[in-house]
Design a protein around this ligand. Sequence first.
Ligand SMILES: Cc1cc2nc3c(=O)[nH]c(=O)nc-3n(C[C@H](O)[C@H](O)[C@H](O)COP(=O)(O)OP(=O)(O)OC[C@H]3O[C@@H](n4cnc5c(N)ncnc54)[C@H](O)[C@@H]3O)c2cc1C
Length: 451
Amino acid sequence: MLSFSAAALGLNLGAAPAPIVSRAAVSMGPIRVAVVGGGPAGACAAEIFAQAPNIECTMFERKMDNCKPCGGAIPLCMVEEFSLPPDIVDRRVRKMKMISPSGREVDVGRTLKEDEYIGMLRREVMDKYLRDRAVQFGATPVNGLVQKVEFADTDGPYTIKYTKYEEGTPKGTPAEAEFDIIVGADGANSRTAKAIDAGEYNYAIAFQERIKIADEKMAYYEDLAEMYVGDDVSPDFYAWVFPKYDHVGVGTGTVVNRPAISEYQAAIRERCAEKLGPDPKVMKVEAHPIPEHMRPRRVVGRVALVGDAAGYVTKCSGEGIYFAAKSGRMAAQEIVALTAGGSRLPTEQEIKDTYLKKFDQKYGPTYLVLDILQKVFYTNNGAREAFVDMCASDYVQKVTFDSYLYKKVQGNNPLDDVKLLFNTIGSVIKGNAIASPDKTFSNPVESLKRL
Ligand SMILES: Cc1cc2nc3c(=O)[nH]c(=O)nc-3n(C[C@H](O)[C@H](O)[C@H](O)COP(=O)(O)OP(=O)(O)OC[C@H]3O[C@@H](n4cnc5c(N)ncnc54)[C@H](O)[C@@H]3O)c2cc1C
């Protein structure tokens, strides 16, 4: 199964600049890299470091069977790019139902080709697979909760203080170790980000229930997911029903009115109640913050943040799994190349000029477009009605799916773009005519909280 080679993973070991930073330990032994966090960002970084010459990679994970609260939707391109085996994808969704505030349903998916789909998976399954793969490539796993990252100056070495857990013993013991490079992949509540004073970000709270439903009700969700919009289910996001292998995930999220998240969850449960049947069984309730934008500082010294720790979730879709895996891999590839075969340590500026520059160039437009779409279409019921109305267009469906599935900002048919503009105006007028006004709310203190 592990058929990756260094070339296939994009390692470019010969292309680094001449050594300018060195330390005794580089000539004495391998460069010590710590990856903090074993989610998609951490595991995908660790597997690159593990295969690089003269680099020792330690991957810290506080909970080896962690079950990250998540909808678990991934784009098609991730399956191939990250060589995910088919059996870790629970469902291949080929139909989406968009449901407006007034209950109008629009079916999306008819433009998909036969082999195209959105993957639905359980995070505990995917994360374990990626972690195990990193370990098979040579990363050293440490079951430990990183408590502190200390350094005398930004040049390191860095001391990681952590609580180490042994199998079968619930109580951990304090431990510490020194590293030359750290990749912070420890999610939205990142301690690595705090240690380097990476700056705060605003965040959404997302809530999800895993619900077991009767087989005949599950058959409806066989290859179908639903997205609900309306100020009853979220004032600034969407609510979802995503199918998993033997249950559905039903959830919602919000930034602007986080204290009301359970009211919004109750509303989505009400809206999909009939489809879930008379006896839905809640197996698990989960909630977690989702970053709203990138941290002000993502690289400090030789510490680089990736995934949610850096803030790489897109607005509008709330997607972060692919960007976490991709940023972990990209950061590791660039750092490995900069070490010139493990013979030198990179500088902060070099990491910024490579990893950050390339990531921002590649995905900056995607973040921008989705940010604008969220502001335009998720802020009032009239705009939400218009959004669902527009989803009936084949052109909108094709552009949306192509952008999501392949991670490129699409849309280059000028004639269709002009038609779309007029249709958008028509949809907004129509939407405003039928929509009920959004409820008002106020939470001046809580809404200022940042992560
Ligand atoms: C309810 C919800 C639904 C979502 N749905 C989707 C979706 O459908 N599709 C999508 O693409 N994205 C979705 N997201 C976003 C997605 O979950 C994240 O963007 C993604 O998990 C980020 O991956 P990561 O590796 O950066 O961080 P995480 O997945 O958070 O992984 C961080 C890892 O680090 C470990 N860790 C944390 N702190 C420490 C520490 N101090 N020491 C050691 N280990 C530590 C954790 O145990 C964890 O394993 C959703 C998020 C939420 C909350």
